[in-house]
Design a protein around this ligand. Structure first.
Ligand SMILES: [Zn+2]
Length: 366
């Protein structure tokens, strides 16, 4: 059976939780100093490692011989038992899949019994903001007087929906979006371990498409691996993501700036015919104009932008022939329609009229 990369490479140690050192360091110190709290709140965007971190912590506080960094050893009797999905000392409740009333009631009945394997019983409640009011109240009562062996880890993507009564009883940790660089590094490691070949530029593209979420980036990586038959190329990733490549974007922005509206229509319609996402195209155009401004202001060798050498030369040539004012006007026009595009009934028309609006007065009159 094929196991998704995201599941296959779920972190088993604190060290393998990417980009959240501010949290893992605190948790490790609590383990070393034996100051385990009763209730934790992990908040942050999806795919930033909340559940993975909760699972590692749950095993770490029970492990008989933790690793140097406080991570669970994965080898001792307790670790082995807790790794089994039918263990009854680490409970996972997904509040998103039901309102949680039954689970929380059940939890309240059983929480008083001592753990069967290790020292602690750990309750991980995912998307805790989705619990019904009744379930929340039941949970609150438990949080007020938890038995000594109980640890709660509440996770949420929407912390503002939690009542103050819960917030005041938990130790809060905010998970950050993971940097593109960290995601790219992790994906390269995973590809290496999985014998998947790749171009480094392809990994960069996958990582930035993840937008801070390791889970999203890894599911894109999964799609790319099967689309490219385990030899992932930059162009293959572009196909999968449905984004235009920089060459196409260059053709579009140069036709706009050079007032060649016929060329713009022809090229843009090719892009549309390929079924590309027009919001993505539009933000790529914005980025293209922005990069052009950077080249015009700082030169092509500033290292501030990332293009292949041949394309960089073409960009520099284009930049030298157009005024800063004109590029800036185009940049502003396209960044202005980004939000509008999400709700537009005809996004193609919106992009086309925006391009037409940038023509010089004398060209418009013809
Ligand atoms: Zn262990």
């Amino acid at each position: 059976m094929y196991l998704a990369l995201y599941r296959k490479f779920r972190p088993a140690t604190f060290q393998s939780i990417i980009g959240q050192q501010h949290i893992t360091t605190t948790l490790k110190n609590q383990i070393f100093n034996q100051q385990i709290g009763h209730a934790y709140l992990f908040c942050g965007s999806r795919g930033t490692g909340k559940t993975s971190c909760a699972k590692v912590f749950a095993r770490a506080i029970n492990c008989l011989s933790p690793l140097k960094d406080g991570s669970p050893c994965g080898e001792c009797e307790v670790c082995k038992k807790l790794q089994q999905s039918n263990n009854i000392d680490i409970f996972e409740i997904d509040a998103a899949s039901n309102n949680g009333v039954d689970e929380i009631r059940d939890l309240r009945e059983k929480i008083k019994y001592a753990p069967t394997v290790g020292k602690y019983k750990v309750y991980i409640i995912d998307e805790v903001h989705m619990l019904s009011a009744g379930a929340f109240n039941a949970l609150l009562k438990t949080l007020e007087e938890p038995p000594a062996h109980a640890v709660f880890i509440l996770a949420t993507t929407e912390v503002h929906k939690l009542p103050a009564t819960i917030l005041s009883r938990v130790m809060r940790f905010d998970f950050k979006l993971i940097s593109t660089q960290d995601i790219a590094q992790n994906i390269s490691n995973i590809f290496d371990k999985s014998n998947i070949k790749y171009q480094p530029s392809a990994v960069g593209l996958i990582a930035s498409a993840g937008e801070g979420s390791m889970r999203d980036a890894l599911s894109i990586a999964d799609m790319c691996a099967s689309f490219c038959n385990n030899n992932i190329t930059y162009d293959g990733v572009i196909e999968v993501l449905g984004i235009s490549n920089k060459e196409t974007i260059f053709t579009l922005i140069s036709s706009i700036l050079n007032q060649d509206i016929q060329k713009f229509f022809v090229e843009f319609n090719k892009v549309v015919a390929m079924g590309k996402n027009l919001s993505v195209i539009s933000s790529d155009l914005t980025k293209g104009f922005r990069d052009l401004l950077v080249i015009k202001s700082c030169g092509k060798d500033s290292g501030l932008i990332d293009y292949k050498p041949e394309l960089l030369d073409k960009m520099a040539e284009l930049a030298s022939g157009v005024s800063t004012l004109k590029i800036n006007k185009a940049l502003q026009a396209f960044s202005k329609i980004e939000t509008e595009l999400k709700y537009a009934t005809n996004p193609q028309l919106l992009i086309e009229t925006t391009a037409l609006g940038l023509l010089d007065e004398e060209v418009k009159k013809n």
